[in-house]
Design a protein around this ligand. Structure first.
Ligand code: COA
Length: 180
């Protein structure tokens, strides 16, 4: 059965996940301490039941969406992206991303996925702002969001504990009016 495409890019496409999907890759990423180094996940182990519950929590939700990131060439599941914490009054939402498949790192897939979700947020959902947060030191994440036009709006001081240090976190944002 073909996987449904929700948002189509050049090298990747984004589609809904189901709790009946093969979740081995997803579980592997979220339990991999290198992948989750700068993420809130990774503090506690994640099993298949927890992933299924997480996927189901987005079903019929109007407060957020979870999309798998798949390679156009072979439909390989390489990561996930979320548009969540949707605030319909103030018209903003948060973007979160993981490219869990290490072979897929550094190929521009994060940038492409963020662009697809941002354009959907602005052009189809009538949101006017998107934001993201990342730990100081997560250069790949900061650069990916910068490439789409996000700017640093503030710093959360000593916000994330890692290896004996409390690290600062960036808060980045992008307004529809400044998106090119
Ligand atoms: C952060 C992450 C999503 C980036 O995904 P990616 O597909 O490898 O990123 P891209 O290939 O689209 O590259 C984005 C930018 O980061 C740069 N980059 C990629 N890997 C990098 C690395 N290890 N160190 C520094 N910069 C890096 C790229 O050169 C690119 O910058 P450019 O536009 O100036 O050339 C991915 O590394 C990841 O999922 N990491 C683990 C989870 C995580 O940290 N998520 C973000 C939480 S906010």
């Amino acid at each position: 059965m073909d996987r449904p495409t929700f948002l189509k890019g050049k090298n990747i496409f984004l589609g809904p996940l189901s709790k009946n999907d093969d979740l081995e890759g997803y579980a592997t990423w979220l339990n991999n301490q290198e992948i989750t180094l700068y993420m809130g996940s990774g503090r506690f182990p994640v099993n298949y039941d927890a992933l299924k519950d997480y996927i189901s929590s987005f079903q019929n939700s109007k407060e957020g969406m979870l999309l798998g990131i798949f390679l156009t060439t072979n439909s390989k599941h390489i990561g996930n992206i979320t548009l969540h914490q949707i605030d319909w009054l103030n018209k903003f939402a948060e973007v979160g991303i993981i490219i869990g498949d290490e072979e897929s790192h550094g190929k521009g897939y994060a940038i492409e996925a963020i662009r697809l979700v941002v354009e959907h947020a602005f052009n189809k959902m009538n949101l006017r702002k998107v934001y993201a947060g990342m730990v100081h030191g997560n250069e790949a994440s900061k650069k990916a969001f910068e490439a789409v036009g996000f700017q640093v709006e503030g710093t959360l001081r000593k916000h994330f504990y890692l290896n004996g240090k409390y690290l600062d976190c960036y808060r980045m944002g992008l307004l529809k009016s400044e998106y090119k």
